[in-house]
Design a binder for this molecule. Structure first.
Ligand SMILES: C[S@@+](CC[C@H](N)C(=O)[O-])C[C@H]1O[C@@H](n2cnc3c(N)ncnc32)[C@H](O)[C@@H]1O
Length: 341
């Protein structure tokens, strides 16, 4: 569970009917969940960034333990070999740690385990089928935890959920760029990536971190904001910018969009209204990617109520829910995706 939502943990445990969870690391907990379907709806689903059934655990202190890798690999092979996972992926329990030990251990353990399993249909996280079960294994100072689940059910392709996305660098225009990069990657759990030259509208695009990520993927972008874009974006092929208020801006005639992106600040319902104004120019099957800002909403439970309200609003105008989550690069905000049905 994301550290930034930690004050909502109690609500999550209540919702999951979990009495005594065990903390495994900063963002990891192991809990006996009697009704796992409760992890899919409401506050719990929102706060659970990535989930894995613990079908095999070895509570131990791997650092300095003689023969850890061999024993762990043999146990994984014995238990999961007959289940034929599409991929074998391993990661450190505390991915943010500066200590490289467990990252190295995970990598070495994966190497030895794959020798036993043989080549898998998906050689790495990126080539997985989102719907087929993968063997995930997490290692850390508290031991080894493993289980099989599909990337979609787990809510991410990587052990721990997300891939590392660089936030800094000369070409980075704003932190928001990492958010859309992560959102597009996460969305592959549900549908293939949009083809290049797809037509996007970004509402509230300034200074342009997200827009620059879309342009980098060779998408065409109409960007609207009452504040200017970063001058580095000037003249980028595929970009049209309107220095205007989204509440009064109208798409040029003939516009047909594949996707609308909205990362506007301000009350979520107001931002959503600006998106809904543009629905007539969104193609059937087109996507809406919407950052749900939660200023003034103080708990995960209240965020869930807000998101439920937004779902009702969009449903009434012909949008269906694809998914909603808290991404690693989100702060106290969520990413919702809908599609025009
Ligand atoms: C969080 S920033 C967006 C960051 C941007 N997505 C990026 O990638 O750099 C929110 C933006 O929403 C814009 N905004 C909020 N309300 C607006 C409105 N009614 N019309 C136009 N822009 C608006 C603000 O000017 C601000 O630039």
């Amino acid at each position: 569970m994301p550290e930034v939502l930690v004050d909502g943990l109690e609500t999550v445990w209540q919702h999951l009917r979990v009495v005594r969870p065990t903390a495994l690391g900063r963002e990891w907990h192991v809990a006996k969940v009697v009704q796992p379907e409760r992890m899919r709806t409401g506050p719990a689903a929102l706060a659970v960034a990535w989930r894995m059934p613990v079908q095999h655990s070895w509570p131990c202190a791997p650092r300095g333990m003689e023969g850890f890798i061999e024993r762990a690999a043999q146990a994984l092979w014995k238990k999961f070999g007959p289940l034929d996972p599409q991929a074998v992926l391993m990661g450190p329990l505390d991915s943010g740690s500066r200590d490289p030990f467990f990252k190295g251990l995970a990598s070495n353990l994966r190497g030895r385990t794959l020798q036993l399993f043989g080549a898998r249909p998906a050689a790495d996280a990126e080539s997985q089928d989102p719907e087929k079960p993968t063997l995930y294994c997490m290692v850390g100072p508290t031991g080894l935890f493993a289980g099989m689940i599909s990337p979609r059910e787990a809510n991410g392709f990587y052990p721990g959920g997300t891939k590392f996305i660089r936030q800094e660098g000369e070409e980075t225009i704003s932190r928001a760029g990492a958010k859309i990069a992560e959102a597009l990657h996460w969305l592959r759990l549900y549908r293939p990536a949009l083809r290049s030259a797809s037509h996007w509208l970004e509402l509230g695009a300034s200074p342009g971190g997200m827009t620059s990520e879309l342009l980098r993927r060779k998408y065409r972008v109409i960007a609207v904001d009452r504040a200017p874009l970063d001058p580095r974006l000037r003249g980028t092929p595929g970009l049209r910018f309107y220095l205007q208020d989204t509440r009064t801006w109208n798409a040029p005639s003939g516009t047909a969009l594949d996707a609308i992106l909205c990362d506007m600040n301000g009350p979520a319902e107001e931002s959503l209204q600006a998106v809904l104004r543009q629905l007539p120019v969104l193609k059937k099957g087109g996507l809406v990617i919407f950052t749900v800002k939660t200023a003034g909403v103080f708990s995960v439970a209240d965020s869930a109520v807000l998101i439920e309200r937004l779902h009702h609003l969009v449903q009434a105008v012909g949008l269906g829910q694809v998914a909603v989550t808290h991404l690693t690069y989100n702060r106290r905000e969520f990413t919702a995706v809908w599609e025009k049905v």
